[in-house]
Design a protein around this ligand. Sequence first.
Ligand SMILES: Cc1ncc(COP(=O)(O)O)c(C=O)c1O
Length: 372
Amino acid sequence: MIRPTRIEVDAAAICHNAARLRELSGAEVCAVVKADGYGHGAVEVARAALAGGATWLAVALVEEGLALRAAGVDAPVLVLAEPPVAAAATMVAQALTPTVYRPPLLAALDALGRERGEPVAVHLKVDTGMGRVGVPEPDWDAVLRQAVAAEGVRVEGVFTHLARADEPDQDTTRQQLAGFDRFLARAARAGLPAPKWRHTANSAGTLLHADARYDLVRPGIALYGLSPAQDVDAAAFGLRPALRLVTEVSFAKRVTAGTSVSYGHRWSAPADGWLATLPLGYADGVPRALTNFGEALIHGRRRPFAGTVCMDQILVWCGDDPVEVGDEVVLLGRQGDQRVRVEEWAAHADTITYEIVTQLTARLPRTPAGQR
Ligand SMILES: Cc1ncc(COP(=O)(O)O)c(C=O)c1O
């Protein structure tokens, strides 16, 4: 590594969080590691979550599942969105569990299962109110008829996704869970063998809704120790953030009061003092919205961003504290007794923790915590 900027991922925190989610839900844990493990590195996160007691992994794309297999991860992997029919054979060959909600994929998997003489295990996704993907209620009976007749397919899982589990208002969640129970009852009446895995709960469902947990929970953001919404505090559930964004001062100088810096001269030094330049910017995923607003930890103290966040550089006001090239800087995570939380960035940038961590770009190497 030439550049000192990196993301440090604490596998012990992920492992702890998986164990904690299992303990507090009383259900098995499907660790959601899509989008490169929410920016933390999918393979390392998958291994840590499995070590913490997760029994399933989930990804969004077949490609993400294949990457886990290529890295030697052999745990069950659920592909959450229905893949194109053309991917059916690859999924079966790689033992990736397909989510199914449209008749053509169910038919293709049925044919593959019959051909090989062993049913293909699938999870059926039903729409109970998210309205995004999943079998809509008017089609439930038709899909159940098809699934019951499909000798080449075994429906080992049935699931739905909650739209508003992170909100104080619980009516929608209650209605969705009632819809899910209605589907399960109809499935039993249609003659579908009871599915082993019934699941509805994302992180917010896992943390806040005991009735949503069923046999398996599917936490993503909580596995990373992050909050699913501004008023749901992951730390209050004993979850630990796993990621640090770390760099070093690349340039340091004293400036006089009134000196203006960075694009647009949107900031001027309030006094004579030290200004540090950091070698990262919005091309690494630091939101430009943190201009004049973000804070970095240097020498264990919070130091404010000075002026516009650039593509590859950020300036930080250090006041009377002399800084030197090479001093460690933490943009997210802990340094000494201080911590900058992903939740703070999300609030400043008017977004959610999910977007912050998934937009930390590939330019930042992911390294195990404490290795440098
Ligand atoms: C189907 C499904 N389940 C679970 C999750 C995990 O959600 P969260 O990160 O809120 O726990 C997602 C993520 O969007 C999802 O799409």
